[in-house]
Design a protein around this ligand. Structure first.
Ligand SMILES: [Zn+2]
Length: 279
């Protein structure tokens, strides 16, 4: 009797340990009901509420689908939008900037993205940009124009972690679908122009996100990680006002292509991103 109880305990422990940890990365421009520049200020109350509700809906979906832990990274503009006062009671919150690896070396079971916008230069992308709307014109990884979606997926993929779910505007969903066709999606608004959209209601957006998160849990182990083959190049074209500073030619592993464009090289996506981000 005691032996079988012990076995049960061990089995229970193993089950708890195998329950997947989901790493949820958040942004603001792709949240339903967010369509103006003033709304993406981290202190904007309406955006904070809309984003938090979308995150909490996703967290609910992940737990209903069997997640053991959900870790949320406040990924928008300086990581100062979310609060533990209002985040889902069972979610953990990463506050502050993460290094170039984005914590992916922890090899989460899966990554998910909520509130995402598309890369720069996409016609129907609401507030589309690649990392900096004022600073960066175009970013290319291995010659392909990329934004946060590709970089997150590639960094996760470097550590064999798949992206299983994304919510955002329709342009962001299409961008993710290109590299992860089997992931689950919630397109909460359609962009007509940079600051013009047709948005689902907050309630409907949250329902769609919870359902997508729930469905995505069944796909862990079935969706492949997105692998970008090395060696890698990362070309960053800054805007006119952000011409490269004096001395850029001396940066290691970098090549200045013109007054606004610099290209980094690395053996893989992690190395090239580190060389770009760490000065
Ligand atoms: Zn962003």
């Amino acid at each position: 009797m005691r032996f079988s109880l012990c076995l049960l305990a061990v089995a229970g422990l193993a089950l708890a340990q195998t329950r997947p940890t989901i790493f949820l990365i958040t942004d603001a421009e792709g949240v339903g009901g967010v369509c103006r520049q003033d709304q993406v200020e981290p202190s904007n109350r309406e955006m904070q509420q809309l984003l938090t509700a979308e995150i909490n809906a996703a967290v609910e979906g992940f737990y209903k689908g069997g997640a053991g832990e959900v870790i949320v990274w406040d990924g928008h503009d300086g990581s100062q939008t979310l609060s533990t006062l209002t985040i889902h009671p069972r979610a953990k919150l990463v506050m502050g900037g993460l290094g170039p690896s984005m914590l992916m070396e922890r090899r989460f079971a899966a990554v998910a993205i909520v509130g995402q916008h598309s890369k720069a230069n996409i016609r129907t992308g609401i507030m589309a940009h690649s990392y900096s709307s004022l600073g960066i014109q175009t970013m290319k990884l291995n010659n392909k124009p990329v934004g946060e979606i590709d970089v997150i997926a590639a960094m996760a993929g470097h550590f064999d972690t798949p992206v299983i779910m994304l919510s955002g505007d329709r342009a962001a969903v299409e961008e993710m679908r290109e590299i992860a066709p089997d992931a689950e999606f919630a397109a909460v608004k359609e962009g007509l122009g940079r600051y013009v959209c047709i948005s689902e209601s907050a309630k409907r957006s949250q329902e769609m996100i919870e359902q997508a998160a729930l469905r995505s849990m069944a796909k862990i182990g079935k969706i492949k990680a997105y692998r970008v083959p090395g060696p890698c190049t990362l070309e960053v074209e800054y805007t006119t006002r952000n011409s490269l500073p004096v001395g850029s030619e001396l940066r290691t592993w970098a090549e200045v292509l013109d007054d606004r464009t610099i290209r980094f090289r690395g053996k893989d996506v992690l190395e090239v991103w580190q060389r770009y981000r760490v000065r």
